[in-house]
Design a binder for this molecule. Structure first.
Ligand SMILES: *[C@@H]1O[C@H](CO)[C@@H](O)[C@H](O)[C@H]1NC(C)=O
Ligand SMILES: *[C@@H]1O[C@H](CO)[C@@H](O)[C@H](O)[C@H]1NC(C)=O
Ligand SMILES: *[C@@H]1O[C@H](CO)[C@@H](O)[C@H](O)[C@H]1NC(C)=O
Length: 254
């Protein structure tokens, strides 16, 4: 019964957000992020070279980010690497984000009590992200969470500010973040984080096709788009990968 009502709610939320977004109220750097948004913003032709136009022919590169909402290095990674990479080569990525990081949990009756590295507000931020992931689809929740990571406001204020820009159901998300349902969703993030092999030593902590090494972490932090391009096995790579190919064509061979 609970599952049914949740499913109905998700469908309803999607229906409402689809039927309401008849005008282009996305910031320009998002216009090419999906075919639907491009059509809405009347820039389909201008975006034609974008990655959603390329039929990917290989398995998607699994990329997972383990992070906590207020950690400055996570914010930097999100804004400087993950967001641009998702814009450029999101089509060939299977992106998962896990908001929990270095938090700790203890059982408290039927619920879990969270203790977060950067204080109680960070726990609120993690819960908001977790609920957004639950209630929204990735093309919308990702820019919403990016907007919050970019913000220096407290998580609730940031959610209220970022929500309307990305069609996030903010009231529902905040309600979830304060409910036993949200509390259990966050526990799933804790379980995913604690299941890491090897165990994470810091955040941001990334896995590429399920693997974490210090070298991969460094490459992701230096140029994530390049790392995704290099890892992707398909023969047709997105346009954004071209610049990482061997520059043979730019040389005058004898
Ligand atoms: C994407 O990643 C999730 C785990 O984060 C996995 O369950 C799912 O099978 C992956 N999908 C593809 C197409 O690789
Ligand atoms: C949860 O409820 C309390 C008490 O009403 C409120 O102070 C707090 O801001 C709420 N948190 C969220 C995430 O909405
Ligand atoms: C991505 O993860 C899924 C689910 O674990 C797996 O089936 C798939 O093979 C992975 N893709 C790659 C390229 O490793």
């Amino acid at each position: 019964m609970k599952l049914l009502s949740v499913t109905v709610t998700v469908i309803l939320v999607n229906f409402i957000s689809t039927s309401l977004s008849i005008s282009c109220n996305f910031p320009p750097d998002l216009w090419c992020s999906s075919k639907e948004i491009a059509e809405l913003c009347k820039v389909t032709e201008q975006c034609a070279a974008n990655s959603w136009d390329v039929k990917s022919d290989g398995p998607l590169v699994n990329f997972t980010l383990y992070y906590e909402s207020l950690c400055p290095d996570c914010k930097r990674f999100f804004v400087e690497q993950l967001y641009p990479a998702y814009q450029a080569v999101g089509k060939i990525m299977n992106l998962t984000i896990v908001p929990y990081g270095n938090a700790e949990e203890t059982k408290d009756g039927d619920l879990w009590k969270y203790n977060c590295q950067h204080g109680p507000n960070e726990c609120v931020g993690n819960l908001i992200d977790t609920c957004a992931i639950y209630y929204m689809m990735q093309p919308e929740y990702f820019p919403f969470i990016h907007c919050m990571e970019k913000s220096s406001l407290d998580p609730i204020t940031a959610a209220k500010k970022c929500g309307p820009i990305f069609g996030a159901p903010v009231d529902r998300i905040l309600e979830c973040a304060n409910s036993s349902f949200g509390n259990r969703l966050e526990h799933e993030m804790a379980v995913k984080t604690d299941a890491l092999q090897p165990q994470h030593q810091y955040v941001p902590w990334v896995t590429l096709n399920g693997v974490h090494t210090e070298r991969l972490e460094k490459e992701a932090e230096a140029d994530l788009t390049k790392l995704i391009c290099k890892t992707y096995q398909g023969s047709v790579k997105p346009a954004a990968c071209k610049k990482f190919e061997k520059p043979d064509s730019k040389r005058c061979h004898k």
